[in-house]
Design a protein around this ligand. Structure first.
Ligand code: PXL
Length: 279
């Protein structure tokens, strides 16, 4: 059985980060260990007055216990991180648990729609850039890519621009960047990936659904990590990730008024399992 460790916050209500990663990766038939980096009463995307308990100092203690147990993982996957200090500690975790035989996925979950999430600043972006340089795969959206590269954010771009962004992301030190939310027109939306070792680009699209649903970046990255851990190719991994993410958005359209804070991803887990077994 494959084993993934995911390091991100637990937003107790709101369906993102760990409350998505754990069920999604587990449904793919993968053992999923977690390091919660903070406990929030809700996520920060649309709720106010949320609590935030920082668990940064627990991370080295968990890591040293795990080292004493000799634990090994097929993949290390990081999502939303709460502070620069936390990023540095996660970077140490990469040094301790990253090997030749496993891979690291870093989702620089910090921005969307042209803006940084509540609480983040330029210093945080600089630290995240360094962490991305240590990962095998990074999974930014266009907003996060713009912050990482210090380029203007735009939603109007073509294939040549997306490929240029991917090449520049690889120059941060990550050989295989994956861009999410990619669209060259209003018809299709999906993901683009670049393997800098071969120079190949990969694309996957579904019909565009004109709705932003919170937590879908976490869904995409969780599925992607699981798919690569299961030995899927880069093309297969983005196909499965795009399809499941689009299914989740579609399933949320019917219940959006009540579920404005997150997707109805639970309703689509059966489909995810069928994609994993088919492709
Ligand atoms: O989905 C990313 C995410 C994770 N964790 C927290 C968040 C967000 C996005 O807003 O607020 C706490």
């Amino acid at each position: 059985m494959k084993k993934v460790v995911t390091i991100q916050d637990i937003s107790c209500f709101g369906k993102c980060s760990l409350t998505v990663a754990l069920p999604v990766i587990s449904a793919m038939g993968i053992e999923t260990a977690v390091i919660p980096t903070a406990v929030l009463s809700t996520h920060t995307g649309g709720f106010t007055g949320f609590t935030f308990r920082d668990l940064t100092s627990d991370i080295p203690a968990i890591a040293s216990h795990w080292k004493s147990l000799g634990l090994k993982f097929n993949a290390i996957y990081t999502g939303y991180l709460g502070s620069k200090e936390q990023i540095r500690i996660v970077s140490d975790f990469f040094d301790d648990f990253g090997t030749e035989d496993n891979f690291i996925v870093c989702d620089p979950a910090m921005a969307d729609g042209g803006k940084l999430y509540t609480g983040f600043t330029g210093d945080f972006v600089d630290e995240m850039k360094k962490l991305c340089g240590k990962a095998d795969y990074i999974i930014p959206n266009m907003t996060e890519a713009a912050f990482l590269l210090g380029i203007p954010y735009t939603e109007n771009y073509d294939r040549a621009y997306a490929e240029d962004v991917l090449r520049k992301l690889a120059e941060l030190g990550c050989p295989t960047p994956v861009l999410t939310g990619v669209h060259f027109d209003n018809e299709k939306q999906g993901a683009a990936a670049y393997d800098s070792r071969t120079g190949e680009f990969f694309y996957s699209f579904r019909d565009n659904i004109d709705k932003t649903v919170h937590g879908t970046g976490d869904i995409f990255s969780s599925v992607f990590t699981g798919a690569i851990a299961l030995g899927k190719s880069l093309q297969e991994a983005i196909d499965i990730s795009v399809n499941y993410t689009a299914d989740c958005i579609e399933a949320t359209l019917d219940c959006f008024d009540e579920q404005w804070y997150g997707s109805c991803f639970e309703l689509c887990l059966g489909k995810l399992i069928s994609y994993v077994n088919r492709e």
